[in-house]
Design a protein. Structure first.
Length: 265
């Protein structure tokens, strides 16, 4: 299979692009990201449509359900999810330009969402082991009123980040639980806690305060691991819009843990 490395910007060009975006006005960044999203969306429409057409032809030939059919389903579903992620990118380009998208809150089971995320990412890598740990028992749901689509985006970003930054493999563990919130006006309440931990390369101490900044890339990994420094900034925007918090703990060479806390009431 041909390498796709040629489709990725070389490190020098990526660094120059990030520098330009960092120095640009929010409205200019929004225009750039929206235009990029539009172009990528068109390509994904072609990919998803072609996969769907091939599925129909397989079904007509009586060979549906084969390995090829399953692969086409994965391609079509991936194209659909990437299109949804581009919508998020457009949304948070608007956030960056001080135009806030509204949340679509509904009851969400964080345990079920964590399991779905682990199952979704497991086929992507043969060298990672994905697991979900639920405080209080495997069958205990944890339901809150959150924006399901955006919270799913948070999980996908954090799990994908854990996978990319542990290039040699290892365990990726999603932990779901609850804890007492800090008292506000005498009412403590509870928060849902979602943690994604990996055994990867870790984050240098000087980079930890900046991992959620827009377009930030740690120097120790920028050349080797592709990215734009947008994913974790999107995570922070989503969680803070829900009234929650996100933090990272890490040691260089010792893996990283990202912890999200979301109000349950």
């Amino acid at each position: 299979m041909a390498s796709t490395d040629r489709d990725v910007l070389p490190p020098k060009q990526m660094t120059e692009l990030v520098a330009v975006l960092q120095g640009a006005a929010p409205t200019d960044r929004q225009a750039f990201l929206t235009g990029l999203s539009h172009d990528l969306r068109q390509m994904l429409t072609v990919i998803g449509g072609t996969a769907q057409l091939a599925e129909r032809r397989l079904a007509a030939s009586g060979t549906a359900g084969t390995g090829v059919s399953d692969a086409l389903t994965i391609i079509r579903d991936a194209a659909k999810r990437m299109t949804q992620q581009l919508t998020e990118l457009e949304d948070f380009a608007m956030v960056d330009a001080e135009r806030s998208p509204a949340l679509d809150r509904c009851p969400v089971d964080l345990v079920a969402m964590a399991r779905a995320a682990a199952a979704r990412h497991a086929p992507i890598s043969d060298c990672h082991r994905f697991s979900v740990v639920v405080d209080g028992g495997e069958d205990v749901p944890l339901v809150g009123k959150w924006d399901a689509r955006r919270l799913e985006r948070v999980l996908d970003n954090l799990v994908d980040n854990a996978r990319k930054f542990s290039p040699t493999g290892g365990n990726i563990t999603i932990t779901v639980g609850r804890e007492a919130a800090r008292a506000v006006d005498g009412n403590a309440g509870e928060v849902a806690v979602l943690q994604v931990a990996d055994e990867g390369i870790g984050i240098p101490k000087e980079d930890l305060p900046h991992v959620f900044d827009w377009f930030h890339r740690a120097e120790h990994s920028a050349a080797a691991i592709p990215g734009t420094g947008v994913g974790l900034a999107v995570v922070r925007e989503i969680i803070e819009r829900h009234g929650g918090t996100v933090e990272a703990t890490s040691a260089l060479g010792g893996g990283s843990t990202f912890a999200v806390r979301l109000p349950l009431s």
